[in-house]
Design a protein around this ligand. Structure first.
Ligand SMILES: CC(C)(COP(=O)(O)OP(=O)(O)OC[C@H]1O[C@@H](n2cnc3c(N)ncnc32)[C@H](O)[C@@H]1OP(=O)(O)O)[C@@H](O)C(=O)NCCC(=O)NCCS
Length: 173
């Protein structure tokens, strides 16, 4: 039988479980302060995956803009799936749900910094011409990926501008 889980916008009961989920998915990184700073921001779409009341997956999409351009774009991340529930399609489902919602809201392009082997399965392509808020180390160029949601085929170009919580050089390498 396929593993069953539910997806929705993050609820207060999920928020309380975020520290434990991130400790499981990212034992060597401290992303909880960033996630908690972003959660109340109206520019952020936060989605949760649960089995029963247990939070097993979480993703944030932060809306922003490309300098000098009128379009709304979004950054995917972080994405976390509990260690005990990885490789069950939860990450892929959270990404698909977020992209579908952003598309209906008219978001033109989504960026992500992550493993291209993983994100290419959800339609992302390496090496966006949109530049992150701060320069990435050269070896991360391929990890900086993009996809258009508005049916246009070209990558936008220019510097990505995000809410304050993301505008810290140390988050970008
Ligand atoms: C990466 C992560 C979000 C994927 O979520 P998930 O629910 O386990 O992934 P899915 O079930 O949607 O997809 C699984 C497939 O992706 C592949 N995959 C999973 N993690 C991968 C990775 N880091 N790199 C490449 N492929 C990966 C698996 O091989 C699997 O393919 P298979 O079923 O053919 O073997 C999750 O494993 C996780 O939280 N990892 C730790 C934190 C992390 O690295 N987050 C990403 C931040 S950019």
């Amino acid at each position: 039988m396929p593993f069953s889980f539910t997806l929705s916008e993050t609820l207060p009961a999920d928020e309380a479980q975020i520290p434990e989920l991130y400790a499981s998915a990212f034992p060597e990184e401290e992303l909880v302060p960033l996630v908690e700073a972003l959660l109340p921001d109206p520019a952020v779409l936060s989605l949760s995956a649960r089995t029963g009341a247990l939070l097993i997956g979480h993703v944030l999409f932060t809306r922003g803009a490309v300098e000098g351009r009128p379009e709304t774009v979004a950054l995917l991340g972080p994405l976390a799936v509990h260690r005990d529930h990885q490789r069950r399609g939860i990450g892929k489902a959270l990404i698909a749900e977020g992209l579908a919602r952003l598309k209906t809201q008219g978001v033109a392009e989504v960026l992500v910094l992550g493993d291209p082997t993983y994100y290419s399965r959800s339609g992302f392509r390496p090496a966006s011409r949109v530049t992150p808020p701060y320069p990435l180390p050269a070896e991360w160029t391929e990890a900086w990926q993009w996809q258009r949601l508005d049916g246009t085929s070209d990558d936008l170009g220019g510097r990505l501008i995000l809410p304050e919580a993301w505008m810290r050089p140390e988050l970008w390498g």
